[in-house]
Design a protein around this ligand. Structure first.
Ligand code: FES
Length: 375
């Protein structure tokens, strides 16, 4: 707030006529600011030290730009798909995370160091004393502070340092591009590129890839032991997490499958009294096996694992945002932000072995919505 008496203030016309230097002085005076020291960082222009400082700042901005560029390239083209340790390409795959972390880290760090260096070497380090005041600023104060800022920019000599300006534009621009690539990068890939096989977006590893194939429900025990599930293994009211397993699957096949986000399924055995109250979804009347129901574990809100099953209420809970799904009504949402039911996996018991199998893939997309999702 100005401390000047109204009669001492310049009129609007006088204000418009004033030069930037005059406005700076006026602003300081009005704000009761006393500039104790306001030294030019480079009083003698064009010295070797000044040029060295300029090159140093430009170096950091340029490094930031190069690292940002490397990040964008690696984020889009570096092979990120899982490759087992004894397969070709494992080294490149295992370097994916370090490479994108390192390049983005260097890009951010370098631009920060560049700004710090510029501030230390080229912005005047004035010492000013100013009295504090309450309330907002009037138009006159705003005009003078803008002049002050422009003056500070001018005195920092940025306008006559094209090397720093260009390297800053390069570094800042590429860094901005890198930050944009994070959310947009995945959109550059065609989500339907593999839609004809089990790796495609609309299929899960539960898909039967050949006639008569048996896809068993297997528990993840953390060991190589193959633990399949039979109806008599589960008590009424129990829940188990299962994954697809085919005879002959190797440890690598199992690892690859576990890495997929769309394979975990909740196998629930309802209590007989509850099972008698079940309402089935149209077209999915034969998806259950007796009291056993299998639902994807991927929440239809934003894809967290819906890992909690409350036996007393028959509700499936997602811990992320507290969505609840009714296991007695085809896992339709009854509370929270989720609006779609959990996809149901069709299951049966293999007559030959007595173990649970899936009779096919999910018939609806699992997890959160995407453009073409109809259900
Ligand atoms: S991801 Fe399940 S409620 Fe949000």
């Amino acid at each position: 707030m100005s401390t000047q008496k109204p009669e001492e203030l310049p009129s609007e016309e006088e204000l418009a006529q004033m030069s930037r230097d005059e406005l700076v002085k006026l602003g300081s005076k009005l704000d009761g600011v006393e500039l104790v020291e306001y030294p030019d960082p480079w009083p003698v222009k064009g010295t070797r030290a000044e040029k060295r400082a300029e090159r140093m700042v430009a170096f950091w901005f340029a490094l930031s730009g190069l690292a940002g560029l490397a990040f964008v390239v690696a984020f889009i083209w570096w092979p990120a798909k899982y490759v087992a340790p004894d397969e070709d390409g494992h080294l490149m795959y295992s370097l994916y995370t370090p490479v994108i972390g390192l390049t983005l880290g260097v890009a951010i760090l370098a631009v920060g160091i560049g700004v710090l260096n510029y501030t230390r070497k080229f912005v005047p380090h004035e010492i000013a004393v100013q009295e504090r005041h309450d309330g907002g600023s009037n138009e006159l104060d705003k005009a003078t502070i803008l002049a002050n800022l422009a003056d500070a920019g001018n005195r920092s000599t940025i306008s006559r340092r094209p090397m720093i300006k260009r390297s800053l534009a390069f570094g800042g621009g590429v860094l901005g591009l890198a930050l944009t690539a994070l959310p947009l990068g995945s959109l550059l890939r065609n989500p339907h590129a593999q839609s004809d096989n089990k790796d495609g977006l609309i299929h899960t590893p539960w898909q039967h890839t050949k006639e008569g194939e048996k896809v068993f429900l297997r528990r993840a025990t953390g060991t190589d032991e193959v633990s399949l599930v039979r109806p008599e293994d589960m008590d009424a009211g129990a829940m188990d997490t299962v994954f697809p397993y085919r005879e002959g699957d190797t440890a690598h096949d199992w690892t690859k499958m576990l890495l997929r986000g769309d394979s975990p399924v909740m196998l629930i055995r309802l209590r007989p009294a509850d099972a008698a109250r079940v309402i089935k979804h149209e077209g999915q009347e034969d998806f259950n096996y007796g009291d056993f129901y299998a639902y994807t574990k991927i929440c239809s809100h934003v894809g967290c694992p819906t890992s909690l099953y409350e036996q007393r209420t028959n509700r499936i809970l997602c811990p992320c945002h507290q969505s609840q799904f009714d296991a007695l009504q085809y896992a339709k949402p009854v509370f929270g932000p989720a609006t779609r039911k959990l996809a149901q996996l069709p299951i049966a018991v293999d007559e030959e072995t007595g173990y649970f199998i899936s009779t096919g893939d999910f018939i609806e997309p699992i997890g959160p919505a995407y453009w073409e999702r109809k259900s």
